[in-house]
Design a protein around this ligand. Structure first.
Ligand SMILES: [Fe+2]
Ligand SMILES: [Fe+2]
Length: 295
């Protein structure tokens, strides 16, 4: 566990490149998103999620943003306490609900993620560099952000710097709150500003998988031939704990369990069963790993 608290008891920091050197494949990852503390109506669901994550023998938990509903201090406090209950290493990115709300316009424009940085992580582009797995989180939630978010050139530069420095054989994961591709499950929705350029950059850098959230719909997709011969698995996690599920996921809660092996990657969608007060597997997807086409 690389998170730490300051003397104030209110700050998590995750050191860069602080993976456990002996962590080898298979790697087990829990991908959760859109926890939205402040919009949790089922009193049992957070405990059920923590129990399921802990039972999963995970090496890593990835949280793809929207930890809070309105970025209120009490909501961040709850999110911070939630992270403290995760015993494995975790990596997190902010979402649009983690910036100051519009009625705090000055702070939203000048320091939109101040509370996120205080309670969750000062580092907005967290990264993990293990022998067989590399993960980079990028921030798509900005003060002037619109619904679909925005990927700036600086984030694409971070991607290039990070992913070009890891060995070819490494499984590469990009984490971003907003969407780079459209979801089949929703008719009409935004993708992030600069989504196409970012997706192309990811493909050029041999990124194997993108983890995102935001739209509160669980969907596993394979985006074929983003560049010739290279496809990317896109995992959109539903809302893990809030009552904000959309479309066919209305009033439903999901997260993904991902196992990366030498030959393939398995993704299991796990849904909350309110009557049983636990998460259960509802679907499984397996994708063969790609061979690198480079020299
Ligand atoms: Fe959300
Ligand atoms: Fe969002």
């Amino acid at each position: 566990m690389e998170s730490d608290r300051s003397g104030t008891g209110a700050f998590h920091s995750v050191a860069l490149d602080s993976g456990t050197p002996e962590t080898r494949l298979p790697v087990r990852i829990g991908h959760i998103s859109d926890i939205h503390f402040g919009r949790i109506t089922d009193a049992n669901i957070v405990d059920a999620l923590v129990s399921d994550l802990e039972a999963g023998d995970l090496d890593l938990v990835i949280i793809s943003g929207d930890l809070t509903q309105r970025a209120f201090p009490g909501q961040f406090r709850a999110a911070s306490q939630f992270l403290d209950r995760i015993s494995s290493r975790w990596l997190v990115v902010p979402g649009n609900h983690d910036v100051y709300p519009w009625w705090r316009i000055r702070l939203r424009l000048t320091d939109p993620l101040r509370r996120y940085k205080k309670w969750i992580s000062e580092e907005l582009n967290q990264q993990i560099d293990w022998p067989d797995l590399s993960v980079l989180g990028i921030n798509s939630a900005h003060g002037m952000t619109i619904q679909g978010g925005r990927i700036d050139a600086s984030e694409r530069a971070s991607m290039a710097t990070f992913f070009s420095s890891v060995p070819d054989r490494t499984f590469k994961i990009l984490v971003v709150h907003h969407h780079l591709t459209s979801l089949d499950a929703l008719d009409d929705h935004d993708v992030a500003v600069n989504a196409a350029e970012t997706l192309q950059s990811a493909a050029d850098l041999d990124v194997d998988m993108i983890l995102c959230g935001h739209l509160h719909i669980s969907q596993i997709a394979h985006v074929e031939n983003v560049r010739p011969g290279h496809s990317i698995v896109v995992c959109t996690a539903g809302t893990a704990t809030s009552d904000r599920g959309r479309g066919s996921n209305k009033s439903r809660n999901f997260y993904n369990k991902i196992v990366v092996s030498n030959l393939d990657v398995e993704i299991e969608e796990r849904e909350y069963d309110a009557a049983a007060r636990r998460f259960v597997a509802t679907s499984a997807h397996t994708f063969a790993r790609q061979r690198r086409s480079g020299p």
